[in-house]
Design a protein around this ligand. Structure first.
Ligand code: L34
Length: 277
């Protein structure tokens, strides 16, 4: 079994971005990401902290807005509007989830499509679905990059995605389709889930349930990508995949931590430096 090293691959991508940012700086072009975090969710604080570090590493300027839990939707929309209008800001990231009193959809829609480095705006989603150029959502784009750079073929292969969220499952399926995979999307209502997963050459778990996917879901030699991230007691991290058990049958798989998470951040850096392109 080969471990797909997301940390190493994300480092390569960040180094490529760093070069691009330096080349842009030589032409007098600055790249700047606005990072907005509302509230004090500890996991979000870690992820946003990692994003700011990656900005520093790659030479992307970051402007950070850490707002209290009590921030109103109106206040947040006003900030986004200001950032939309600023020529010195290239990308706007609003870390999710937002507090319950704020409508995520309204916030995502408010971000100008040409600064939508998360790829969550309906215009970006539409571009992805018809195959036009646009910002790709960072987590699924990171999974594609992991597979490409690990020389795992996608064309003609059966890829099973477990999960249908707007942020991971749905765009993941579209990106796999773009790579000419045969794609099946499974979800909580899927019948015979295990049997379907067992047919996958590439199994992508984005279910949100700690260690749900064990070896009984996996075909011998399959590639297993774990998009889940959960904090167990004692702060230990795990994914949607039972790593120890699945490692007995998989051909290649991603660990948690050190798999998809760092790739999400690297692809965000790439989106910032590249623009819609
Ligand atoms: N707007 N909200 C917006 N964009 C995103 O792309 C995200 N996502 C998800 C949550 N909310 C978002 C992230 O940034 C998940 N996510 C994310 C980012 C980074 C990491 C994990 C998830 C990450 O750094 N993972 C490390 C471990 C970090 C730790 O110690 O907890 C890893 O090695 O997996």
């Amino acid at each position: 079994m080969k471990i797909i090293d997301g940390k190493a691959i994300s480092q390569q991508i960040k180094d490529e971005v760093k070069e691009k940012v330096a080349a842009m700086a030589a032409e007098g072009k600055q790249v700047c990401l606005a990072v907005i975090l509302v509230g004090e969710d500890p996991a979000s604080q870690v992820y946003v902290g990692n994003k700011k570090k990656a900005c520093e590493y790659t030479g992307i300027r970051s402007e950070s807005f850490e707002l209290p839990e009590s921030t109103t939707q109106e206040e947040l929309l006003k900030l986004i509007d200001e950032l939309n209008g600023r020529d010195d800001i290239n990308g706007i990231l609003v870390q999710l989830p937002l507090p319950k009193h704020i409508d995520e959809k309204a916030v995502i829609n408010a971000i100008s499509a040409d600064k939508d480095v998360d790829g969550f705006h309906p215009e970006s989603v539409g571009r992805l679905s018809i195959g036009d150029k646009g910002f790709l959502p960072c987590t699924p784009a990171g999974v594609i990059e992991l597979l490409k750079r690990s020389d795992i073929p996608m064309s003609g292969k059966h890829c099973v995605v477990i999960g249908r969220s707007n942020i991971v499952g749905k765009p993941m399926a579209l990106l796999m389709l773009r790579q000419n995979a045969t794609v099946t999307i499974c979800h909580s209502k899927t019948e015979n889930l295990k049997e379907i997963c067992k047919q996958a050459d590439i199994l992508i778990a984005a279910v949100g349930k700690p260690k749900m996917i064990d070896s009984s879901y996996v075909k011998e030699g399959a590639t297993v990508i774990d998009v889940g991230i959960h904090r167990l007691e004692g702060k230990k991290l795990c994914g949607d995949v039972d790593f120890d058990d699945v490692s007995k049958v998989a051909g290649a798989m991603t660990p948690v931590p050190g798999g998809v998470g760092p790739m999400t951040i690297a692809m965000l850096m790439k989106n910032c430096a590249q623009g819609i392109d």
